[in-house]
Every structure is written in C-alpha cells, then in structure tokens.
Design a protein around this ligand. Structure first.
Ligand code: HEC
Length: 131
C-alpha cells in the first residue's frame, strides 16, 4: 500500500500547537485555577517568554525600553508602559500587547508574528497569563 508522504515533524508540531491551544480553551474542567499554569504547558517561562524574546526584546528589554515597556517578565508586562498594563489576564481583547500584534503594529519592522505564535499568546492570556 502506498502511503502519502508527509513531514512527520510538521505533523507533530501542528499536533503540539493544537493540543496546547485546546487544553487551554476547553471549558471549566480545564480551568487554569484548577490545575495551575504548569498543567497547561502554557507558562511565560516556557512558551511565551521565548516568543517575545525573539520578536520584541530588541526594543522592549534591557537598555532599550520603547514607550517605557519591558517585555522580559510577567510583572513587567502587568506594569506595562506609557499606555498602562500590556496584558489583562483572562482578556486578550483588552490586552494592548495582543491588540498590537493582532493588527500587526508590533513588531513595527520585520516579519509579523506567525498565526501560531499569536494563537499561543491569545490562549496564554485567556488562561490567566501564568508566569
Ligand atoms: C524595532 C523596535 C520594536 C520592536 C521589535 C517591537 N516594538 Fe513595541 N514599540 C516600539 C515603539 C517605538 C513603540 C512606541 C510606539 C508609539 O508610541 O507610537 C512601541 C510600543 C509598544 C506598545 C505600547 C506600549 C505603551 O504602553 O504605550 C506595546 C504593547 C508594544 N510595543 C508591544 C510590542 C510587542 C508585543 C513586540 C513583539 C511582538 C514589540 N512591541 C516589538 C518598538 C518596537
């Protein structure tokens, strides 16, 4: 029997992303307050920090803090910049960080974040923005 050829790595990556997204959006049984952030595999330390580090810290970390905004830790995100907190836990739509990546205002140059990365950030905020 001839099997269609497909990239196993691509498939595994897709499944990983999908399972993370659904794990964090499927109703009260998977509520973050019940299992905590680590159970989701959706912590800032493991999932979100590396995305922001790659795409944002050049201008929002260390010496360079555009708009006074540091994106290198969850307390810094909560403190936010000149316009106030960058993230409202549980509410991606009200989170300036999410709004600006969704409308592709941030990052202001280079590639916009991938749909997968945006989805991870949305799910992470929805689940309570766990450190
Ligand atoms: C090349 C530099 C650069 C990069 C990279 C960058 N930003 Fe910005 N960011 C800016 C500048 C400049 C401003 C101020 C814009 C303004 O005031 O009009 C800003 C403002 C912001 C603000 C508003 C802060 C406030 O309180 O007013 C947020 C939120 C933000 N950026 C998020 C991000 C995110 C998330 C990323 C990564 C996906 C990112 N930025 C990547 C330069 C950058």
């Amino acid at each position: 029997m001839v099997m269609p050829r497909m990239s196993i790595r691509g498939l595994l990556l897709l499944m990983l992303i999908l399972s993370r997204l659904t794990a964090c959006t499927t109703g009260p049984l998977m509520d973050s307050s019940r299992f905590g952030g680590a159970a989701h595999g959706m912590t800032f330390a493991e999932v979100i920090g590396p995305i922001l580090s790659r795409a944002c810290l050049e201008c929002h970390g260390g010496e360079s803090l555009e708009s006074g905004l540091d994106l290198s830790s969850v307390p810094d995100l909560m403190k936010g910049g000149e316009s106030g907190p960058a993230v409202v836990p549980g509410n991606p739509g009200a989170s300036l960080l999410y709004q600006l990546i969704e409308e592709e205002t941030m990052p202001p140059e280079g590639e916009p974040l991938s749909a997968a990365d945006r989805g991870l950030i949305e799910a992470w905020i929805k689940a309570g923005a766990n450190p």
